[in-house]
Design a protein around this ligand. Structure first.
Ligand SMILES: NC(=O)c1ccc[n+]([C@@H]2O[C@H](COP(=O)([O-])OP(=O)(O)OC[C@H]3O[C@@H](n4cnc5c(N)ncnc54)[C@H](O)[C@@H]3O)[C@@H](O)[C@H]2O)c1
Length: 316
């Protein structure tokens, strides 16, 4: 992607900051974030060298959004990314992920923005009977309000795209891991083990198995595929392989140099980590591959690299 003026929402967050790092090399990048889930530490170098223009802004504030200059492309990452919190505060998922997405679409409509990239999620499928799950699997029955709000976001995007003639690439991510993450299983395990080096609490029964993708593959595949997609379309992004939660725990323990750590499983309803947790998630990635993208790292490799990266950042 080159010579575009690009707006990234959620620019200071985990995937957003990695995306900005890649885009700023050949494009003019404007980032917004309300900094509710992070601060500016991951984008500080780009603010210093002037390769990113940043505004602290909430996507729920439509007036502020539409005060922004028009752009060639919107990459919409801002979201409540806390899947677990949904059962305690379902309204919040609706507000940020559904209504917030609608506001971003209004900005696009009013400023005639021709293209959009949206971060959706495997959680829209709920607990599919088909694994790996292809993009055309249905019916969607999300089991979390996060998944439901992403599904709503997708629907508004395809409708706006139809009404107003812009092109949108919707990407349903598996679990993304790597540097700059401030949430998720690796981050959780490291924090817990820093507090208690003898015992690790693992949510669920330990049999959860999901496909993990390294953030560099996530960012790379999004940019690669968006350039090759002609119409508004939906793609799964993930890996063919999966990694169990116990394997992740083993990798964290190993890289932290710990010995004899006891694992304590919380059990939970049906062995899930929390209400709304999908125990086994594996997306079919045939479309991603058939369009020419090949991941650099498998699910296990992504985990192993990400554990090293997160440990390095925590100890810095
Ligand atoms: N990380 C994953 O494994 C994963 C999986 C599936 C989908 N996604 C989606 O990818 C996107 C990026 O996720 P992430 O993991 O980088 O999460 P993140 O929480 O690190 O990034 C989201 C950013 O959005 C910001 N934000 C939240 N509410 C906002 C608001 N109202 N206005 C402006 N900014 C706001 C947060 O401060 C944060 O910096 C999200 O849309 C998320 O739902 C992530």
């Amino acid at each position: 992607m080159q010579n575009k003026r690009i707006l990234v929402t959620g620019a200071a967050g985990f995937i957003g900051s990695n995306m900005v790092e890649e885009l700023r090399k050949n494009n003019s990048v404007v980032g917004i974030d309300n900094l509710s889930n992070t601060d500016t530490r991951f984008i500080e170098p780009f603010l210093k060298d002037g390769s990113l223009t940043f505004h602290k802004m909430d996507i729920l504030d439509l007036d502020s959004l539409i005060s922004l200059e028009p752009v060639d492309l919107v990459i919409h990452f801002a979201a409540n990314s806390d899947v677990r919190g949904g059962s305690d505060n379902p309204q919040f998922d609706f507000d940020v992920n559904a209504r917030g997405t609608l506001n971003v679409l209004e900005f696009m409509r009013r400023k005639d923005v021709p293209e959009m990239i949206f971060a959706s999620s495997s959680t829209v499928y709920g607990e599919p009977s088909q694994l790996p799950t292809p993009e055309n699997y249905g019916p969607y029955m999300p089991i979390s309000t996060y998944g439901a709000s992403k599904m709503a976001g997708e629907g508004f995007i395809t409708a706006y795209s139809h009404y107003y003639g812009f092109r949108a690439s919707i990407f349903r991510f598996a679990n993304i891991v790597g540097r700059n993450s401030t949430h998720g299983v690796i981050f959780d395990f490291i924090r817990k083990l820093m507090k208690n080096k003898t015992e690790l609490e693992i949510l669920g029964d330990g049999t959860q198995r999901k496909s993990y993708m390294h953030v560099t593959d996530c960012v790379g595949s999004i940019l690669f595929l968006h350039e090759r997609i002609v119409n508004t379309d939906i793609f799964n992004l993930g890996n063919e392989s999966t990694t169990s939660v116990v394997r992740i725990a083993d990798e964290v323990v190993k890289q932290m140099g710990l010995k004899g750590v006891r694992y304590r499983f919380t059990g939970g309803i049906d062995g899930r980590g929390w209400k709304g947790d999908v125990k086994i998630a594996q997306l079919a990635i045939d479309r991603m591959i058939s369009h020419g993208w090949k991941n650099k790292y498998s699910s296990d490799e992504a985990i192993s690299i990400a554990v090293g990266e997160v440990l390095h950042q925590i100890h810095r």
